[in-house]
Design a protein around this ligand. Sequence first.
Ligand code: XMP
Length: 522
Amino acid sequence: MSDIHQQRVLVLDFGSQYTQLIARRVREAKVYCEIMPYNAGIEKVRAFNPKGLILSGGPSSVYDDGAPLISKEHLDLGVPVLGICYGMQLMTHLLGGEVAKAAKREYGRAELLIDDESDLLKAIGGIGEGESASSTVVWMSHGDRIERMPEGFGPVAHTDNSPTAAMADKARRFYGVQFHPEVVHTPQGFQILKNFLFGICGCEPTWDMGSFIDYAVGIIREQVGDRKVICALSGGVDSSVAAVIVHRAIGDQLSCIFVNNGVLRKGEAERVPETYAQMGLNLKYVDSSETFLSRLAGVEDPEKKRKIIGTTFIEVFEAEAAKVEGAEFLAQGTLYPDVIESVSLKGPSAIIKSHHNVGGLPEKMKLKLVEPLRELFKDEVRELGKELGMPDEIIWRQPFPGPGLAIRILGEVNAERLRILREADAVVLEEIKKAGLYREIWQSFAVLLPIRTVGVMGDERTYENVVALRAVNSKDGMTADWVRLPYDLLGVISNRIINEIKGVNRVCYDISSKPPSTIEWE
Ligand code: XMP
C-alpha cells in the first residue's frame, strides 16, 4: 500500500484566521498537510520531514514587540518555502530584506500584475473576466509591505500599492506572496498553491479519502486486534463516520449505542437507528426518554439542563456499555481542528467541546480511545462518509447539540412544549430543505420562547406561544452570522407554523450574530 502521508507539507501558523484554510486547500490538492504553531521548534519541524514549508499570515508586524519569529534554521531545511503575507514579510526580515509600513493599507480585491509567469504564477493570468493576459485578481489584507527584497530574490508580481506583491529566489526555492491564495476571493489561488506543491515542491497527489479508508482500516486493526470497541452514536456526521470506518475495520467487534434522551427531533428516535441498521452497524437502541424527562421536570436553568442531560447520558451509556463484555476501547469522532495546537495570539480556543456528552467517559470507564478522524477536516469527513457509501442524510446533517431540544425550549421542558417545538422544528427543516438551502446553512432551527403573546384567529382572541427562527452560517461554530433567508421563505415557514401547530400564534426571526449573541438561545 502506498503511504498517503509520504508527500507532506507543513504549515507554520503565525496566528492568521486563514491558517486552517491553507491546510484544507493543500489537502484538496491531494497533498497531506499539517499545521504546527510557529514556535513548535526546529526539531519537530525537521522530524516532520516536509516536502515544502508554508509560512502563514498573521496579525503582527515583524517589528512589533513580541512578534512571532522563527530561527533562520527553518529556512535551511533544503525544501521550498512559501511565505504568505506575514510569512513573506518574515522571510524578508530573516533574510536581510526590508519591511515597512505601507503608506496605504491594502485590503480587499486588487489587480495583480504578473512579472514572471514561469513557475509560481504559471497559467494564472487572463483567466477571469476583464483580466489582461498578465494580470489576475487577488485578495489583499496587509498594512506592511516589502520595501527591499532580500539578496537573491527577484520580482514575480506587483500591484499599484505593493511594488513587490510576489517574489522568488529560485535558486533556494523561496517564494513569497503578499496576497492570500487560500481564500476564494483569489480566484486563481488554488492554482497558485498547486503550482507551489507540484511544480516547485515536486509533490505527488496521493492524499484522498478512498486511500485513507485502507490506511485507517489498517491502523484500527493494528490498534484494536481482536478486542472490543464501543461507540456512542448521536446521528451526527462525525460519530457516524467514525463508527462506520471502525466497523469496516473490525466488523461486529464494534458495538454502537444510541440513546433516546427524550429531547430528540421529530421522527429521529425511529429514523436514526433504522439508518444505522441499514449500514450494517451493530446497534443497541436505548429508550431512556422517561428518565431524562422526569429529571428535567421543573428545571429552567440552561446549565442545569445541560448537567442533567450530560450526567444522565453517562449513567445510561455506562450501564449499556457494561453489557458489552470486555470492551476496552471507545470510538470517537474527534476531528483535526480539535487537536491542532493553537497559536496563543488567537486567544482562548474552542470551548465547544467542553459540552461534549461523552467527555470524561474514557477515564471513568478506563477505556482507550479509537479516533480514526483525528487527522481530518470536516469536509474530508464528509468525503470519507461518501466514499464509505453513507447516506446524504447523515453526511450533510447540520450540527445538533447534545442536549437537543432541551436548550431550545426556553424555560421548562415538558411534553406539551416538546410537542410544539418538535413540530415547529420539523416545519423549518422541511422548508429549508425544500428551498435547497439545507447544506449551505450551518444550522437552522426553531426555538420556543417562554412567553405568550396576544393574537387573533378567526374572531377569537388567542394568548399563545412564540416561536423564534434561527438560521446561521459559520465555519466552526465559534463565530456566526445570521442567514439572509428570502422573505418569501420566512413567510411560508411562519404561516405554516402558526396555522399547523396548535399553541403558536407568533413567529420571529433572530437577526443576531455571534458574538455578541450565541447560536443557541440557551
Ligand atoms: P453556541 O450556542 O455556544 O453554540 O454559539 C456553538 C455550537 O455548539 C453547539 N452547542 C452544543 N453542542 N452540547 C453540544 O453538543 C451543548 O451543550 C451545546 N451548546 C451549544 C451549538 O449547536 C452550535 O453548533
